[in-house]
Design a protein around this ligand. Structure first.
Ligand code: ZN
Length: 137
């Protein structure tokens, strides 16, 4: 793995949290993006090398909506950048981690993403991500 690419934070209201995090960081978010397949609206802040991804649910069945219902707002996942998501998933599978989607899917911010089940990672939902335009070997 290359680095912590971003930390995902589940929020009830993107507007309210955009305001809050702008004040916290002293800098505005740099983009908003919807991921239709995930029923989620996202907002990104950049802090040095790491990003903060705010996630707001847009549908009753979204993972973020369910997460907030169960646990309230807060850290939802940690995303690690990898250079080859396919081989990294293979490696982690062989190490015994539970992969939620072995087929990488398109996430926000031009990324291919795979998730690891929190019960295999000490309660932390882990996202692996790879820039879509980066080389795939
Ligand atoms: Zn993420």
């Amino acid at each position: 793995m290359l680095r912590v690419e971003h930390i995902g934070v589940a929020v009830k209201s993107l507007e309210n949290s955009n305001n809050l995090f702008s004040k916290l960081f002293g800098e505005d978010h740099y983009k908003e993006e919807s991921v239709e397949g995930e029923q989620v609206r996202t907002s990104f802040f950049k802090i040095g090398e790491t990003k903060i991804e705010l996630l707001e649910s847009t549908g009753p069945d979204s993972a973020i909506g369910k997460f907030i219902e169960k646990r309230g707002e807060g850290i939802h996942h940690i995303a690690y950048e990898v250079s080859n998501i396919v081989s990294e998933v293979e490696r982690l599978k062989n190490e015994g981690f539970i992969i939620l989607n072995e087929e990488p899917k398109k996430g926000a911010d031009n990324k291919l993403v795979c998730f690891l089940h929190p019960k295999s990672t000490n309660g932390i939902l882990v996202e692996l991500c790879q820039e879509i335009n980066a080389s795939f070997d």
